[in-house]
Ligand binder design. Structure first.
Ligand SMILES: Nc1nc2c([nH]c(=O)n2[C@@H]2O[C@H](COP(=O)(O)OP(=O)(O)OP(=O)(O)O)[C@@H](O)[C@H]2O)c(=O)[nH]1
Length: 133
């Protein structure tokens, strides 16, 4: 039985209904692919606390937990672990988004997400965003 890895991710949505994607930096697994900001839930941490922390670390923004709305989740069998990844939607935050870890970020229309190579776990999430936005 593979380890079940809990990763939280967020679709930040701006006033023009575009979604933020972030490019995984060189040196990390799946480098160069575009993904939703987020990361692993630490032991003892709630999913929402983990997402608030990751959004601050990666993008330099402050998000209040009630502004995180669950949308759907990804469940994907990677070679070495099984990924379970809740996807939240957030339209309200404080501060300006910038790639704090040197990563490129991009605002894209949901229907254009398919033009950006994403991890295989993310592909089934795209139609949910297209429907919502
Ligand atoms: N953040 C994020 N991770 C994703 C997405 N899709 C996906 O398969 N993953 C996978 O989920 C895992 C998240 O790990 P991460 O490396 O971003 O998390 P982290 O920043 O907490 O880890 P680290 O500090 O060890 O690098 C990776 O294996 C990554 O490939 C996504 O859309 N967003």
């Amino acid at each position: 039985m593979k380890t079940l890895l809990l990763v939280v991710a967020c679709a930040l949505v701006d006033v023009d209904n575009r979604v933020l994607i972030s490019q995984r930096p060189e040196g990390k697994a799946l480098a160069g692919l575009w993904e939703f900001p987020g990361g692993k839930v630490d032991p003892g941490e709630s999913p929402e606390d983990a997402l608030v922390r990751e959004l601050a670390e990666e993008l330099g923004i402050t998000v209040e937990k009630p502004c995180l709305a669950p949308l759907t989740f990804a469940s994907f069998d990677y070679e070495t672990f099984h990924l379970l990844m809740p996807l939240y939607v957030c339209r309200r935050w404080q501060g300006f988004v910038s790639g704090r870890e040197g990563q490129a970020v991009k605002w894209v229309k949901a229907r254009d997400l398919r033009s950006y190579p994403m991890p295989p776990a993310d592909e089934p999430l795209i139609p949910h965003l297209v429907d919502l936005l």
